[in-house]
Structures are given as C-alpha cells and as structure tokens.
Design a protein around this ligand. Sequence first.
Ligand SMILES: NC(=O)c1ccc[n+]([C@@H]2O[C@H](COP(=O)([O-])OP(=O)(O)OC[C@H]3O[C@@H](n4cnc5c(N)ncnc54)[C@H](O)[C@@H]3O)[C@@H](O)[C@H]2O)c1
Length: 356
Amino acid sequence: MTEYDIAVIAGDGIGPEVTREALKVLGVAGDVFGFHVRGTEFPFGTDHWLATKELFPDPAFEEVRGMHAVLLGAIGDPRAPVGLVEHGVIMRMRVGLDLYVNLRPVKLYDARLCPLKDKRPEDVDLVIVRENTEDAYTAKPEFLNKGGPDEVSSQPMRYTRKGTERIIRYAFELARKRNKHRKLLLIDKTNALPAQDLWTRVFAEVAREYADVKTEHAYIDAACMWMVKNPEWFDVAVTTNLFGDIITDLGAMVQGGMGIAASGNIHPGRVSLFEPIHGSAPKYAGKNVACPVAAIMAVSMMCEYLGQRPAAVAIEKAVIDLLVSRRLKGVGTGDHPTNEVGDLVAAELKKVPARV
Ligand SMILES: NC(=O)c1ccc[n+]([C@@H]2O[C@H](COP(=O)([O-])OP(=O)(O)OC[C@H]3O[C@@H](n4cnc5c(N)ncnc54)[C@H](O)[C@@H]3O)[C@@H](O)[C@H]2O)c1
C-alpha cells in the first residue's frame, strides 16, 4: 500500500477544528482508495510561541522538508504582534521550502453559493496561479524618518527572470493539462508599473513553446472587473504575488466564501503545503461553528498532488453532492456544527466502491 508522510500544523483559532475534519476525510479517502497517510502533528502557532518564544525551529523545519506534504489549518492570534507568527510559520515554509506556486482553483459547486446574479457552476470554473515567493512580500521594508513629518516607507516589488519564468511555465503547463479552453491569461499592471514589463516579455517568450495554448492579457483592475462581470471568461490566469493575493480573495467570494476556498503552495516534485485560504477567525475558535469544507478541499488538492486523483475527485464530488442535495445547508459560520460536516463527507466517500 502506498504510504505518505504528512506534517499537520493545525495552528490557531479555528485551525485545529477544521484540520480535524479534513484529516477525518483524508483517512477515509485512504481506506477507500488504498493508501495510507501518516500524519505528524507539529504544535507551531501562537500558543506555542507564547509558551516557548519558538516559531518554527530548524530541526522541525528539516523534518517537514523530508515529508510528502503539509496540511495547515490557520495561523494568527491577537495575543501575538500582528503578523509575527504568520510570518514565522507560513512565510517560513513558502520561502524556505521554495513553494513558488500558489494554486487557487475557483469553482462554484452550487449556484446558490454565488453572490453574482444568474451565475451557474459552469460559469465559475477557473484557476488562478499566483507567484508565491517574490514581489513586495519578500522584500525588505524601509522606513526613513520613522514617526516624523517627513517619514517615507518603501517595500519594493522585486521580480527575477527565473522566478517569473518558472511560474509562467507552470501556468502554461496547467492550461494545457486542464484542457478546458487551453487559455492562459496574464494579469499585471505594466501600464502603471513598468517593472512588470519583465512579466510581459517572459510571458511572450514562454508562449512560443505552447502554440496550443491561447494567450490573453488583462490589467489587474480590469481582471477584478471581469471576475465579477464575466467569470466564465477565465480559464487559467497567472499573476504576481500581490495581485494574486487580492484577486484570489475575490475569487473565493465568487465561489461561495471563506468556508469553501482552498489553496496549494507547491514546488512541483517536492514537499508542498495545502490549506484553506481563510485565517484563524479567532472569534469563532472552539465553538464548533467554523465550516471545514475549505480544509476538506485542501486535502482533496493534496490527494491530487500526491498522485491520488480518484480520491481527490471523490472528495470534491462528495462535497458537491452534499451541497446540491442541500444535506449541506451551506458553507457559512454555524450552518452546521464543524464536526458534523466531516462526518457527512466521510459517509459520502464510504459509498464509493472500495478499491482495495
Ligand atoms: N493562511 C493563514 O493562516 C491566514 C490567512 C488569512 C489570515 N490569517 C490570520 O487569521 C487571523 C484572522 O484574520 P481575518 O479575520 O482577517 O480573516 P479570517 O479568514 O480568519 O476570518 C474572516 C471572516 O471570514 C469568515 N470565515 C473564515 N473562515 C471561516 C470558516 N472556516 N467558516 C466560516 N466562516 C469563516 C468569518 O466570518 C470570519 O470572521 C489574523 O491573525 C490573520 O493574520 C491567517
């Protein structure tokens, strides 16, 4: 039987509750499809930091590096300085493990979840590929005359040719493999930010190797407008770290909200991280009201990444069937007790004829 070692970082707030449900589903998927997942839990997050002042010690980081994948719940808690633990745990892995692809499927499972008028599941089925290791996010912030009337702060948007090329190439491959409209959209803001001309040039160069993939271009402001007006126009889109961060939250709302949207932080062929895109929602922590569907979709993405595509598809289908039949009332806070949702999805999966 194929075995996988995964690191589990449940983290803060609602993280542990949604992670528990995701692991429940992953375990059942393994039983049904004939693979075994060995989860190793790591305690990193705000409680651990408060108790030890440790964020992500090197020996643990190296242990994670040797695993197949990471499942992350959420990090962030008002008891710690803003961004400290998020940076020490999430950014440490994104940058330290060189997880250069942030993969964000935006798929509407049931028309009633979409806030846009008259949009159906066939209208909302796209993937955003966000560069995950460069841009202002990994540049050093600078403050001159801090606190004074002439204060200046800066944090440059920095792109390398290698970093730009590898993410664009990944996106072309995905558009080809997905084989929907075989269309790749470049989203940038070169008209106002000429530094992004590097993206324009690299996109054109790589496109020459993918004659079967149609190319399109949109500025980020227009792309946000199209996402709301005509989401059906999108197939695969590739963009910078900052713009991707913003447009993927817009995508999350179009597909039904924070309770359903999941992402992969990927370095092809290496340990990669899967997570719900929501944060730790501290006000709902411990109340058994958070929706774990996003975390469950994160394990679906993990299964796909690990080569267990039938399991990935079955998890997604179970969620769709539950939503469409209204056995899952919704993906908002309190629509169901958190633990009930994992049980519902697990029960659906058990109906799939066993493969072993
Ligand atoms: N990847 C991560 O771990 C991650 C991502 C974003 C934010 N954060 C951190 O999380 C903390 C809280 O951030 P925030 O309040 O801006 O965003 P958040 O995503 O935690 O919560 C915003 C709102 O979204 C809704 N929501 C989120 N998750 C939900 C779920 N599973 N089910 C139902 N509703 C859900 C809730 O109404 C919640 O109040 C901060 O410390 C922030 O830094 C972490």
